[in-house]
Write a protein that binds this ligand. Structure first.
Ligand code: XIL
Length: 314
């Protein structure tokens, strides 16, 4: 089992529809998802704005709640993903051409309602997701273009107000190496901390590529941790170019080991979440058509070398 070893958690992204699927695959998947392999879940999609506030002021937490119920029954914690993000946003937010004051009120209502709804039941929220471009400038999301950098500070303050117990994270991809992007993130976190903004953690999504895991992964995590925040690998998968071969699976196993070791090597790294744990349910083939096999279990739920590598690391 993988769930809690050396004081860190192993988790997975999933949804109740995956875990409660009545097919023979679904039953086997559900047994693994609810087993002691995992100590924490993240809703893969059901806490995103397009699901939780599809119309202004109309909230729907029903699909997300189903995964919370499974977590509560099987002794898992939850990560909440995500609040201020440019993607999977309800179309009305951008279509309404809100003024800054209006958009602030929209973001405030969203965060207070969603975080407040789950108050006391979420270990950590990804408050702000993918705020940066790779060159370290801010992404030109509706949040940034309308509100400027201040939206980040406001989002964290409202999240804290709605749930004082949840850890509040900034989350992004390409946070796994020292780069202009992570230089900018470090500078932002220093600034936020100096202003008393309640930020508790940095999530490195860790959507990585077989054979190209950053060699400074651990150093990048340590640099964040040295700012006085927790760090976590929040969406780990390691995809490769198709076709899948035994050699690529061996390299992938080494790469998973490198990723897990990066977390194990940093005292303030609290854990690792897999972005689904079987290739059958991975988002990779849908988004990167020439790539696949990004998770530790095959599409038939067989353990790949990566599974053994993760287990051996712990
Ligand atoms: C992905 C989901 O896995 C897919 O099912 C969905 O179609 C698109 O989003 N970064 C994130 C995650 O923060 O929310 C994304 O999840 C993957 C990239």
């Amino acid at each position: 089992t993988l769930a809690f070893l050396r004081g860190k958690y192993i988790g997975t992204a999933s949804e109740a529809v995956n875990i409660q699927n009545a097919t023979s695959f679904g039953k086997a998947y559900g047994a693994l998802a609810t087993s002691l392999e995992f100590g924490i879940y993240t809703n893969e999609n059901n806490l995103k704005w397009e699901v939780t506030e599809p119309q202004p002021g109309v909230f729907n937490f029903t699909p997300a709640e189903k995964l919370f119920a499974i977590a509560e029954k099987t002794g898992k914690r939850m990560r909440g993903h995500t609040l201020a993000w440019h993607s999977q946003l309800a179309p009305w937010v951008e279509a309404s051409n809100f003024t800054a004051d209006e958009l602030k009120a929209v973001l405030k209502r969203h965060i207070l309602t969603e975080v407040g709804h789950f108050r006391g039941r979420v270990y950590a929220w990804d408050v702000v997701n993918e705020a940066f471009n790779d060159d370290g400038t801010f992404r030109e999301s509706v949040w940034f273009t309308t509100l400027g950098e201040e939206y980040i500070e406001l989002a964290f303050r409202w999240a804290r107000q709605a749930d004082p117990h949840a850890k509040l994270y900034i989350n992004d991809f390409n946070f796994e190496s020292i780069s202009p992007k992570t230089d900018a993130a470090v500078a932002l976190i220093k600034k936020l901390k100096a202003k008393g903004v309640p930020i508790d953690g940095v999530g490195a999504q860790s959507h990585l590529i077989v054979g190209s895991v950053p060699t400074d992964f651990k150093a990048a995590l340590q640099r964040f941790a040295d700012l006085g925040v927790d760090v976590a690998l929040t969406e780990l998968d390691i995809r490769g170019d198709l076709p899948e071969t035994p050699e690529k699976l061996q390299q992938q196993a080494k790469d998973f080991r490198t990723a897990i070791d990066a977390c194990l090597g940093v005292k303030r790294c609290v854990g690792v979440t897999l972005w689904q744990f079987t290739d059958a349910l991975s988002w990779i083939p849908g988004v990167f058509p020439t790539q696949g096999f990004g998770t530790p279990l095959s599409d038939k739920l067989q353990k790949k070398p990566a599974y053994t590598a993760i287990r051996d690391a712990l």
